[in-house]
Write a protein that binds this ligand. Structure first.
Ligand code: M6R
Length: 615
């Protein structure tokens, strides 16, 4: 979950590294550092805290070096401190690391036994010692890297400089992301595209078990077994402007407001205009398998898992197929029952979440077909899955996931419609009707975003409250979970999401005059939700009777809901399938404005990182 970068070229490496680290900061931000090779020495600068502190430390320093590495850290082994910050310099080796080396303590004991001095509490420094042992024994990086790889257990991406090979920058990948940016007589190594995109869009994605030796004009890629790999360069179509805040105070707000366009981009190209029904173009080889499936198993983490639960409602209703949803961190440890009639679906914005990847690999080990719903092209998840459906949300930088979630819902809804049609559980006229409504989604999203001023006013009323309940029934239950997650992760207010009927089984004991209950209860142009609506009103009354405050998210003009709520945020009346998507923007905006009022760091909340690449 750290961000790493390396540069070898002819530009000012301090500038390149700091620029790259700024784009990687969402991956971790408790300490940072860079190392620059200056002729025959390497200068290392590290700070506890954010890239800004590193920039301040380096402000008056000029470098002539054009080779260097950098790191922004999310602490795993060892507290966030300058001593534990990267780069680690040991003998002739300077390196940065992302990942966890599981057997580091065994190596540490051996190294101490050899008389080596260990200065930090990190597993990364131990790896630096192992590379240095190789260097001191006269082995070049090309020979040393596979030897060290064979001694390490766990996940890692390294960028390494050796004093004995000053014109080489090495990158090693095993279980943590690493890519190579190819420029004009220059190479970049980085954890993700964002860090290099303003310099080049020519990218080589290293695979697990591979390492790269970059020179200015050439890159050599090999496997740990010593086989040469032909570099495969992809052109990435994300622009560096997409990475900027474009005048918004936070990435999160910008990304919330991008949801209309993101939904449009995700729908685009997936409608068969001959019959007016969804037809997902990326399904490819899975198309023939879909009608034969008996079950779906969806695995994801955090917000992506909440999308998976909405997907369960979609698929069970429209395609009448059982769907199971599990946490990435639990799935593989329960020896899941998987067979050839089960499709394993993995959902992830980044495509690099360690637990989601482990679930994918568990599925592959058991020989089931795999499909991923992923936002980052070229990510590990998208490369290792049999089929990938891309959410075209564009880069999501804010740690709190917003547009990735709503585009995941769009893909899941499209998948459910197509599955229903293929399996004959969804009549053609209904499939046409749902598809037609889907095409209106971007406009409906814009209308909901237009309620931002009202939501901000509600945030002002309640931002100092200590506890929020989010409750919803049926397909709104996962939106309640998502609303609670958004609030707690960026405002640090304790929040819980519940199916409304569960409150009386215990949680309602927490309701008092300080509690705010956010009730998600839009009506839809469909009978099922309306039956649940009456039950939701009863649950509201239960809260009201305990003097809790109620903020409702409901349908425009719903007088009944207004009567029982202290505040009402309205969304347009729409179909059952689109309603949870529209109900999402109010919970995102409410969390955002509460966090801003509480003066938290919205885009980089404490203790979190955007991409959780460790278990
Ligand atoms: O990149 P992924 O979608 O796999 O990430 C999964 C979760 O870590 C992520 O959704 C997390 O819960 C977000 N911070 C929520 O806003």
């Amino acid at each position: 979950m750290c961000g790493i970068i390396g540069y070898l070229g002819s530009s000012d490496s301090k500038k390149v590294l700091l620029e790259g680290l700024t784009h990687l900061e969402y991956r971790g931000y408790d300490s940072a550092g860079i190392a620059i090779r200056e002729k025959d020495r390497v200068d290392v600068f590290r700070v506890e805290g954010r890239i800004k502190s590193l920039e301040e430390k380096l402000a008056s320093k000029q470098f002539s070096g054009t080779v260097g590495i950098g790191h922004t850290r999310w602490a795993t082994h060892g507290a966030p401190s300058e001593l534990n910050a990267h780069p680690h310099r040991v003998g002739a080796i300077t390196l940065v690391h992302n990942g966890i080396i599981e057997n580091y303590s065994e190596h540490k004991d051996t190294l101490v036994g050899m008389g080596r001095k260990i200065s930090s509490e990190t597993d990364s420094e131990i790896a630096a010692h192992l590379f240095d042992l190789e260097a001191q024994a006269g082995r070049k990086l090309e020979e040393a890297i596979p030897r060290v790889m064979s001694q390490l257990r766990g996940s890692y991406a390294f960028v390494i400089m050796s004093d004995f090979e000053p014109d080489i920058l090495a990158g090693v990948r095993n279980g943590a992301p690493l890519l190579i940016g190819v420029g004009e007589k220059e190479h970049f190594l980085a954890s993700d595209i964002q860090a290099v995109l303003h310099r080049t869009n020519q990218i080589i994605f290293l695979q697990d078990g591979q390492f790269a030796l970059c020179k200015r004009d050439k890159v050599t890629i090999k496997t740990a077994e010593g086989d040469r790999v032909q570099p495969d360069i992809s052109s990435i179509d994300w622009t560096s402007e997409q990475m900027d805040k474009l005048g918004y105070p936070h990435y999160m707000l910008k990304e919330i407001f991008e949801q209309s366009q993101a939904a449009a981009n995700t729908i685009d190209g997936n409608i068969d205009h001959r019959d007016g029904i969804v037809s997902i173009r990326e399904l490819g080889s899975l198309l023939t398998l879909l009608p034969k499936l008996k079950r779906l198993c969806i695995v994801a983490c955090g917000t992506a898992r909440h999308a998976g639960i909405v997907g369960k409602y979609y698929v069970e209703r429209l395609a009448q197929m059982p769907v199971e949803v599990d946490f990435g961190s639990e799935f593989r440890y329960r020896d899941p029952i998987l067979d050839q009639e089960t499709l394993l679906i993995l959902i992830s914005q980044s495509g690099e979440t360690a637990d989601t990847l482990a679930a994918l690999r568990e599925g592959k080990r058991k020989g089931v077909p795999t499909l991923s719903i992923c936002n980052v092209r070229g990510s590990t998840l998208s490369r290792e899955s049999d089929v990938v459906l891309h959410t075209n949300a564009g880069p999501e930088i804010g740690v709190a996931s917003t547009k990735a979630f709503t585009t995941q819902l769009v893909v899941l809804y499209m998948l459910a419609i197509q599955l229903g049609k293929l399996r004959g559980t969804l009549k053609k006229d209904k499939a046409v009707e749902f598809t037609r409504e889907l095409l209106h989604l971007p406009l409906l999203i814009e209308r909901v975003l237009g309620t931002e001023p009202e939501i901000e006013a509600i945030a002002r009323k309640y931002y100092s409250r200590p506890f929020f309940f989010y409750m919803g029934r049926g397909i709104y239950y996962p939106i309640a979970l998502e609303g609670a997650l958004k609030l707690k992760e960026i405002s640090y207010i304790h929040a819980e999401g519940y199916p409304s009927g569960e409150l009386k089984h215990g949680p309602i004991a927490l309701v008092d005059t300080d509690t705010v209950t956010v009730s998600i209860a839009p009506r839809a142009s469909n009978g099922v939700v309306d039956t649940l609506f009456e039950k939701q009103i009863s649950n509201l009354l239960e809260v009201k009777a305990r003097k809790g405050s109620i903020v409702s998210i409901g349908t425009e003009g719903d007088l009944r809901l207004r009567e029982y709520s202290d505040q009402l945020i309205s969304i347009p009346r729409t179909s059952w399938g689109l309603s949870p998507i529209l109900a999402t923007m109010p919970v995102q905006l409410l969390a955002y404005h509460i966090a801003v009022l509480r003066q938290t760091d919205v885009d980089k909340p404490r203790n979190l990182a955007k991409s959780v690449t460790v278990e």
